[in-house]
Design a protein around this ligand. Structure first.
Ligand SMILES: Nc1ncnc2c1ncn2[C@@H]1O[C@H](COP(=O)(O)OP(=O)(O)OP(=O)(O)O)[C@@H](O)[C@H]1O
Length: 780
């Protein structure tokens, strides 16, 4: 194939890239023509209008090995399969300039490599589209031509059908996030309490429309420091408004630059870069900030949210014009390193925000975070602009930006150091994935960033009540059921430590007539969103119906789901900070909520220590756990009347049988797994940590018994299953006599809370016969 002189000079790798690109271009031949749109003539390749393009950032350090890159637009590459001959057909622009000129209408159609979320979720309607498309434009154009040609009448019909379904899906998926981030109020409120912070009238009016009458403590404390230009490390309890603590100053700076016309279209670089550990949290940041900016009369900042599952090209284009960039480290690094001039643009950011900082580390994102930070800090000069030679004193990049780090939890010893009370010295760089190391890498511009800790005594929300329920391992399901029955008409989040436990408990609760949905990391992204949507919709509706989300720790951090009143730790959290984050899904934004741990008798002492540690003062980090416990916080055991719980047992037994049947049949087809499982059983070892439910102190749990149950369940016939179902239905409709009066519990119809309220108000046996003061589970 003939090539341009320049192209011949390229190394093999780049030539191969081009050749791959062209190979893909030949696909256009299998689509019907759209003659009205173009007039084509065969051209010699070297006669095509090749145009130089900048090298992707990742290739910048190629030390001259890679020659110039070029691209060409508006051509079709036709390959004759029989001769292998390739012809380049140039396409003349149509009179309205729609083909090959990067016009708006084309942009609306591209980026169709949807894989995960819907486009509407990521393309903010206020984003001004880039004037020219720099990313692989030839490929883009031909793809669009291909789409246009493909619109024959039959396909059009299918497309319109699909698009209707897609629109519905888009709206639905978007709704899941909407629900998570719904502003608290939509009526304007008096915001005079914000005056001491000295915000602009635009921001004040936004806050008023959001219904946020008062700043939260972290907002009061952090915003002035950030506005004064300091680096800030912010710690505040879960649900306390940390997002706007950094979001408001970013908006303020945006408005300031806009009004002083410093931020012209020509010199536009992103103002802020926000890193979040998960896709859900990145989307949530996006929604919170949009909500803040959407109520004012000002022009909103453009936002680009870079997360996996979406078209890279589209994200790169969004980035070109973004004021605020939000991303998960993996995708952000991918986009940064493949982009052209992206790193250079991001070096100019004025704010770098690390949200849920400790989770970034626990999610194993450290390497990417490190790459991003290194790239942002690398000082670069034009080829002939050697610093030493020129004697130019460049402004260090970290001086250009403020760094803001936020979380609800920080390691206690780190907190002490940040607060200036820790021991000096120590090898900070030795523990490479520690928070301390991250903070070192962050290269703050202040010698000492401001550590804003608005809750040094407790990391827990003030409206949170905590308690524990003591029962043996095999009784956990029973007690969970009893607890959820007692909390009918509430939104409850049940946390487990394994995906398998979620898979088992969810159908178990559903069989018992409770509206449970599952959320874990092995679910497809769309299924995760669907679960969240079902849960949040119920939560948002605020109806009397209950709603239960059974989840792994994937849901533990940051998610702002409104109106969750109860968090249950079915398994003990693996670390103290996880207890804080899980419990933080309730009692948010000044509301009330309960967090209840279900644990075995042998675990109680450990649980008490864990909870006491969480409540212990940051300054007393060196004290022993028992000392911390003595300090005051003592998590109470909630008494549940065992006689009553035992009456629920037959229901649980049947519901478990049913759930086991479904699980066993699902697994039934996997012979290898069975063989491995049985072999492991014979050897008396765990087959898989997720398959074999363990007790939380690491001892072997009920795995063997469950395998036997599953085997039995697999052998059940359809008639057997039908009989169990009928038996369970009958049981669920029956009274569970509390032994004191004709009170009863069922899975439906009876409002247990009402029942117990009556008892509290002087009904027979004021103690309820079932639970001690159930309204707050004895936690008043
Ligand atoms: N000043 C305010 N007044 C009332 N509500 C607020 C205020 N600021 C934020 N909120 C609301 O409080 C809720 C919790 O805020 P946010 O998600 O920022 O908490 P967070 O501290 O980041 O929590 P987490 O640590 O769990 O991530 C949100 O729904 C938010 O809209």
């Amino acid at each position: 194939m003939a090539t341009t002189g320049k192209e011949r000079a390229l190394p093999t790798k780049v030539a191969a890239m081009k050749s791959r690109k062209r190979q893909r271009l030949t696909d256009s031949t299998d689509q019907p023509e759209a003659p009205a749109k173009r007039a084509k003539t065969a051209q010699r390749p070297d006669a095509l209008a090749w145009r130089a393009v900048p090298r992707p950032d990742r290739m910048e350090n190629s030390e001259g090995l890679i020659g110039d890159l070029e691209e060409v637009e508006g051509i079709d590459v036709i390959k004759d399969d029989s001769t292998g001959r390739v012809t380049f057909m140039s396409s003349k622009p149509t009179p309205n300039g729609q083909l090959g000129n990067g016009g708006d209408d084309e942009r609306l159609e591209d980026g169709d490599e949807w894989s995960g979320f819907d486009d509407a979720l990521t393309e903010p309607e206020n984003v001004v589209a880039p004037a020219s498309t720099k990313v692989a434009p030839a490929l883009e154009k031909v793809k669009k031509a291909k789409q246009k040609k493909a619109k024959d009448s039959q396909k059009q019909k299918q497309a319109s059908k699909a698009s209707t379904a897609q629109t519905a899906k888009t709206a639905k998926t978007a709704a899941a996030f909407d629900a998570m981030t719904e502003p608290i109020a939509s009526e304007e409120v008096d915001v005079s309490a914000w005056r001491p912070i000295k915000l602009s009238p635009d921001t004040m009016s936004s806050l008023s429309k959001l219904g946020f009458a008062n700043p939260t403590p972290i907002q009061s404390a952090a915003i002035p420091e950030i506005l004064a230009g300091h680096d800030v490390i912010g710690k505040a309890s879960t649900g306390s408004g940390k997002t706007l603590a950094f979001g408001i100053p970013i908006l303020e700076r945006f408005l300031e630059l806009r009004s002083s016309a410093q931020r012209t279209e020509d010199a536009k670089a992103p103002l802020a870069l926000l890193l979040a550990p998960t896709r859900e949290l990145a989307k949530q940041l996006d929604k919170h900030l949009k909500a803040l900016c959407s109520n004012g009369l000002f022009e909103r900042p453009s936002m680009a949210t870079l997360i996996g599952g979406l078209s890279m090209q589209k994200q790169q284009r969004l980035l070109e014009n973004a004021d605020i960039v939000i991303g998960t480290p993996g995708r952000l690094w991918e986009v940064m390193s493949a982009g052209q001039g992206t790193i250079k643009a991001l070096k100019q950011i004025q704010f770098l925000v690390i949200d849920e900082a400790d989770r970034l580390l626990s999610e194993g994102h450290f390497k990417e975070v490190e790459e991003i930070l290194n790239a942002l800090d690398r000082q670069e000069f034009d080829d002939d602009d050697d610093v030493e030679a020129s004697g130019v004193n460049a402004v260090p990049l970290n001086q250009v930006r403020q760094t803001l780090v936020f979380s609800a939890t920080f390691d206690k010893s780190l907190q002490r150091k940040l607060a200036g009370k820790g021991k000096a010295g120590g090898d900070l760089m030795s523990n490479k994935d520690s928070m301390e190391y991250l903070l070192k890498k962050l290269n703050f511009r202040d010698e000492k960033p401001k550590f804003v800790d608005v809750n040094p005594i407790s990391q827990m929300a003030t409206g949170l009540k905590e308690g524990l329920i003591e029962c043996t391992g095999p009784e956990k399901d029973l007690y969970l059921y009893a607890l959820l029955l007692l909390h009918r008409n509430t939104r409850a989040l049940v946390f487990t430590n394994s995906v398998d436990a979620v898979r088992r408990i969810t159908p178990l609760l559903q069989n018992l007539g409770l509206p449970a949905v599952a959320l874990h990391s092995h679910m497809m992204q769309k299924a995760r969103l669907r679960s969240l949507e079902r849960f949040t919709q119920a939560a948002k509706a605020g109806t009397a119906s209950s709603s239960i989300l059974v989840a792994t720790d994937v849901a533990a951090r940051g998610l702002d789901i409104p109106n969750v009143q109860l968090v249950v730790h079915y398994h003990l959290p693996r670390a103290a900070d996880m207890y804080v984050h899980r419990s933080g899904r309730t009692a948010r934004a000044g509301q009330l909520g309960s967090s209840i741990i279900i644990c075995g008798p042998e675990e109680v002492a450990g649980v008490r220590r864990l909870v006491a540690k969480v409540h212990a003062r940051a300054s007393s980090e060196e004290q022993s756990a028992s000392e911390a416990a003595k300090q005051g916080f003592y998590i109470r055991t909630l008494d549940i009347d065992r006689r009553i719980v035992s009456r629920l047992k037959p229901r649980i037994t049947l519901a478990k049988k049913l759930a086991d049947t479904v699980i066993a049949k699902e697994k039934g087809h996997n012979k290898t797994e069975d063989l491995l499982r049985e072999a492991a059983e014979e050897l008396g070892v765990d087959y898989d940590s997720e398959e074999m439910e363990k007790t939380d102190n690491g001892r072997r749990g009920r795995g063997s018994k469950r395998i036997a149950n599953e085997r039995n369940a697999r052998n059940l016939t359809r008639a057997d299953v039908g009989a169990i179902r009928a038996e369970l239905r009958a049981l669920l409709a029956q009274r569970v006599n509390v032994g004191v009066s004709e009170r009863y519990l069922t899975s439906g119809g009876v409002d247990v809370e009402e029942l117990l309220r009556q008892q509290e108000n002087g009904g027979d046996n004021g103690n309820g016969g079932f639970l001690g003061r159930v309204g707050v589970l004895g936690m008043e």
